[in-house]
Design a protein around this ligand. Structure first.
Ligand code: SAM
Length: 215
């Protein structure tokens, strides 16, 4: 339960400096991978954005420890690399505002989140109208929120939540095809690789944080 991991009372209470020892001063995380699982996206993003601090957020203790070990294993064998990625164990559905200041993040990732099929469990989904308010709060104007799933019903749900939210607007097709991050959504993570191996379909919804939507 939540009592087993520390919850920061506010973003300045998080010791991010210890997560990124090669970055001095008051390092600011800009990308968050929510429900990062085994960390494949973090490892893939790291060399693409070497000056950007990236955090994975994961609920399961053992999985979080695995990601920590993975990153700490990569750093000494690849000197100068993988210093910009780290992971925290937390319940992202409850504590996003405890970790990030207003307008801090430029990218948020939600890759293959748990589907919670039953209607009464939809409130457990990591994309919901209420949680989008929180994500909008911690994201910069122009920041991009990426989602992907292999469950078509969940894909429809995430897209409609984003579409109906006043502070998110769909990213255009041209931009999606040139954004180097997009191909990682289906290829970089352990879940994405499993879906690809099984020949499964995937459904993406990629939205930009805007000041307000022009209808
Ligand atoms: N994104 C990874 C990938 O694509 O391989 C993992 C996908 S896995 C199906 C969903 C992950 O979200 C699990 O590792 C689960 O523990 C994590 N998760 C579920 N609810 C969470 C929450 N409230 N806060 C943080 N992580 C959560």
């Amino acid at each position: 339960s939540d009592s087993h991991f520390p919850v920061p009372i506010c973003p300045s209470d998080v010791d991010f400096a210890s997560h990124y020892p090669q970055f001095s001063g008051n390092p600011m995380v800009r990308f968050a991978d929510v429900g990062c699982g085994f960390g494949g996206l973090l490892v893939a993003l790291s060399p693409l954005f070497p000056d950007t601090l990236i955090i994975g957020m994961e609920l399961r203790d053992k999985v979080t420890e695995y990601v920590k070990d993975r990153i700490h294993g990569l750093r000494p064998t690849n000197p100068g690399h993988y210093n910009n990625i780290s992971v925290v164990r937390t319940n992202s559905m409850k504590y996003i505002p405890n970790y990030f200041h207003k307008a801090q993040l430029s990218k948020m990732f939600f890759l293959f989140p748990d589907p919670h099929f039953k209607e009464k469990n939809h409130r457990r989904r990591v994309i919901s109208p209420h949680l989008l308010d929180e994500y909008a709060y911690v994201m910069q104007l122009g920041g991009i929120l990426y989602t992907v799933t292999d469950v078509d019903e969940l894909g429809d749900w995430m897209k409609s939540c984003l579409q109906n939210h006043p502070l998110f607007e769909p990213v255009g097709e041209d931009e999606i095809t040139t954004d180097p991050v997009v191909k990682l959504l289906t290829s970089a993570t352990e879940e994405g690789q499993k879906v690809a191996r099984n020949g499964g379909q995937t459904f993406m919804a990629i939205y930009r944080r805007v000041a307000s939507k022009e209808d």
